[in-house]
Design a protein around this ligand. Structure first.
Ligand SMILES: CC(C)(COP(=O)(O)OP(=O)(O)OC[C@H]1O[C@@H](n2cnc3c(N)ncnc32)[C@H](O)[C@@H]1OP(=O)(O)O)[C@@H](O)C(=O)NCCC(=O)NCCS
Length: 166
């Protein structure tokens, strides 16, 4: 398996993975809108591809804000159901963090399972001074400091515009 940036011809397979992983959820539509949004960052839309050239998973992070400082919002993350629990999601997460560090990003946040994301260094966002867009998300709204993080960067987290539609 390799992790690489998505290419235009991957899109049908990526949407198929999301449809299977999220079975009826709004995520494929959200992803379509993120691809078209100005907050889309090509360097942070990654696929996991098998040796046979099959797309096994995809993850995207888009421009977001903490107050007036740039941040990233991660998601959706999806792995093809037949290939889950084999390290594909972990490889996509690790590659995302490396790419975000390379881009000089300061922080990255997500809404997700507290059983999964802490292993990648995510902590409750409020412990980094990042205020959740929705207080009802509680500890499921998590963030991770990246290499360029400076402790003074506090404020309200604002996702890319398409997240508001879902
Ligand atoms: C969540 C998801 C991306 C994880 O990817 P993956 O390739 O299956 O995960 P990995 O193989 O890298 O990691 C497996 C580990 O994560 C745990 N894990 C996997 N999915 C989990 C979940 N939804 N909640 C909690 N833990 C989870 C497994 O128990 C396993 O732990 P272990 O190694 O201690 O047994 C994938 O299962 C998926 O696409 N699920 C459906 C869509 C989804 O829920 N996306 C995330 C939204 S927050």
């Amino acid at each position: 398996m390799i992790i690489r940036r998505e290419r235009a011809e991957d899109r049908p397979e990526i949407f198929a993975v999301l449809a299977a992983a999220f079975a009826g959820g709004p995520e494929p539509r959200l992803l379509r809108e993120l691809f078209a949004a100005r907050e889309y960052l090509p360097a942070l839309s990654l696929v996991a591809e098998s040796e046979q050239g099959v797309i096994l998973g995809h993850v995207i992070s888009t421009r977001a804000w903490v107050g007036t400082s740039q941040s990233l919002g991660l998601g959706p993350l999806a792995v093809q159901p037949g290939y889950q629990r084999q390290g594909v999601g972990s490889a996509l997460m690790t590659a995302t963090l490396a790419a975000a560090n390379e881009l000089g990003e300061s922080s990255i946040a997500l809404l997700g399972s507290t059983a999964y994301y802490p292993r990648f260094g995510f902590v409750p966002a409020d412990s980094l001074g990042i205020i959740s867009p929705d207080p009802s998300w509680g500890s499921h709204f998590m963030a991770r400091a990246l290499n360029a993080y400076t402790a003074g960067t506090h404020g309200q987290f604002k996702y890319a515009q398409p997240f508001k539609n879902h």
